[in-house]
Design a protein around this ligand. Structure first.
Ligand SMILES: [Zn+2]
Length: 182
């Protein structure tokens, strides 16, 4: 009665490697998040080295991080209408306009999360982590609000927002020392 069990077990564990399995023989590639994080970290390191004078990582502050985010805007792909544009506040854009392309708020938010982790994984102390600074949260909130207005996106839906977003908004809603946009 138990014979069939044994046989099934044997047949499900082939000793030979099928040709299609060869691709999986390479060392496990890092996850998409990990490789993206590494890329982001390298980009940021390069950015600091390219400053005049170069900024050592140990001297890096949230100001450098915010400058970095602004620098990245030139590679952005998200149209963010300026207040003077006729399409300002509209979701649809029926005709071209000269407004700049920016990094979408969500991309920046995710980027900061990855860099914050990378900073500490590369020996940085959590106490001095510039990516964890409240100034960064304030900055991101500004960007989010401005992009929502400019692109006519109702970010404040009644649907569940992520806990991170809710927490950030709560913590930094009272203090907004600088307006970076608008
Ligand atoms: Zn426009």
């Amino acid at each position: 009665m138990q014979q069939s069990l044994t046989m099934e077990k044997d047949s499900s564990r082939p000793e030979t490697i099928a040709p299609s399995d060869q691709q999986r023989q390479q060392p496990t590639p890092p996850s998409r998040y990990e490789s993206q994080k590494r890329r982001d970290w390298n980009t940021f390191g390069q950015y600091l080295r390219n400053q005049r004078p170069p900024v050592p990582l140990s001297h890096c502050t949230f100001n450098n991080v915010i400058d970095f985010l602004r620098y990245l805007d030139q590679f952005g792909k998200t149209k963010v209408h300026l207040p003077g544009c006729v399409f300002y506040g509209q979701k649809e854009q029926p005709a071209p306009c000269p407004c700049p392309l920016r990094q979408a708020w969500g991309s920046l938010d995710a980027l900061i999360g990855r860099l914050r982790a990378a900073y500490e994984e590369n020996g940085g102390s959590p106490e001095t982590n510039p990516f964890a600074s409240s100034a960064i949260r304030v900055y991101l909130r500004e960007v989010k609000g401005c992009q929502a207005k400019a692109r006519g996106i109702p970010y404040k839906k009644k649907r569940k927002t992520s806990t991170t977003t809710a927490r950030n908004d709560e913590q930094s809603s009272s203090s907004s020392p600088t307006t970076y946009f608008c």
